[in-house]
Design a protein around this ligand. Structure first.
Ligand code: ADP
Ligand code: MG
Length: 227
């Protein structure tokens, strides 16, 4: 890898939750460094803390200990409003459950992510349309979330994740709700688009075949990252 500043680096991230039966120590000390444009897969048993880690990486949750840097900036030293603003244009998210707004159409769902960081320009509409065409939804731009299949919804979510030209995409079991064939198609799109757009990718997946398609393959176990 080059000497470029990592797009993401975490050092010793720790997180415990207070549950009804006492404290659950989920993450003990997670070190993770991702270079610009690099793709990394993370596997781990259910409950290992993969989703928790993505929340910490995106600073939607605060770690109990440890450091987090986005493109060299120490995130926890910044204000909450700085983090919210920076998160919006620095990161894109793809979730297992898509999280589209069901009443809005595909184009509007993509542009929502743009509207959160600024005014939507004609160039943004153009890019949103192009992204939806690239994920194979040229004929579905005006279909609402409710009128789309699971695979189509996840394709809209991919376009939404990319609209702001993020440096990093976090994907949490993005094919978990899809049948095998549709999951393959969505994974091809995710890997190809992030590659074409030079966007780094952190991919949480249970599927070993998908996991092997990223540049690096990691496991989360006993609260730490294992190569
Ligand atoms: N907000 C929370 N409060 C209490 N416990 C939580 C919370 N979020 C996650 N946990 C617990 O942390 C553990 C890891 O959860 P999670 O990160 O969702 O795992 P994974 O995504 O690897 O399946 C689980 O045991 C879960 O019950
Ligand atoms: Mg999870």
């Amino acid at each position: 890898m080059s000497e470029a500043t990592p797009i993401l680096s975490s050092l010793g991230l720790a997180k415990a939750f207070k549950g009804p039966d006492g404290v659950v120590r989920v993450l003990e000390s997670v070190d993770l460094t991702v270079a610009p444009g690099e793709s990394v897969s993370i596997r781990g048993e259910s409950g290992a803390g993969k989703t928790t880690l993505l929340y910490l990486i995106s600073a939607l949750e605060t770690p109990d200990r440890g450091e987090l840097h986005w493109d060299g900036v120490n995130v926890m030293k910044k204000s909450a409003s700085w983090r919210a603003r920076r998160r919006g244009d620095f990161m894109g998210f793809v979730f297992q459950a898509y999280y589209l707004i069901p009443e809005l159409n595909a184009l509007e769902n993509v542009l929502i992510a743009r509207r959160l960081v600024g005014k939507v320009t004609p160039a943004d509409r153009q890019r949103a349309t192009e992204l939806l065409e690239r994920v194979g939804l040229k004929e579905r731009l005006r279909h609402t979330g409710q009128q789309l299949s699971g695979g189509e919804r996840q394709r809209v979510a991919l376009a939404r994740a990319l609209i702001n030209r993020p440096r990093l995409i976090l994907a949490d079991e993005p094919t978990g709700n899809l049948d095998e064939h549709t999951g393959d198609e969505v994974m091809d799109l995710l890997l190809n688009l992030t590659n074409e757009e030079q966007t780094a990718l952190v991919l949480v997946t249970h599927n070993p075949t998908f996991a092997e398609r990223t540049h690096r393959h990691l496991f989360l176990k006993a609260g730490e990252m294992q190569v």
